[in-house]
Design a protein around this ligand. Sequence first.
Ligand SMILES: [Zn+2]
Length: 108
Amino acid sequence: MNKQQIEYRRIAKERIAVLFKEADEVFEKNQKLANRYVELARKIAMKTNIKMPRKFKRRFCKHCHSLFRHGVNCRVRTGKNSVIYHCYNCKKSLRIPFVREKKANASC
Ligand SMILES: [Zn+2]
């Protein structure tokens, strides 16, 4: 990876952060626009070949890419080994496993 690529990725991460911030602010007024921002953030991540930062990964639905607002358009529950997000938009759910945390608890 050369210098320019590193620079591109840094800028991309900044832009993703800005887009999510904007999406959050605009969510109550215009949900469609918020989802559009999420879409743009995803596109930037794909184009620059970076992983979506962990804190943003769980902020939107991976099926329909709509921004999650807990209790408003999604349901969050913990299952056996994972946190389950159920999207009200597309009625699908996504799981985020917490196996590592569970292991850490078991050892103490
Ligand atoms: Zn969805």
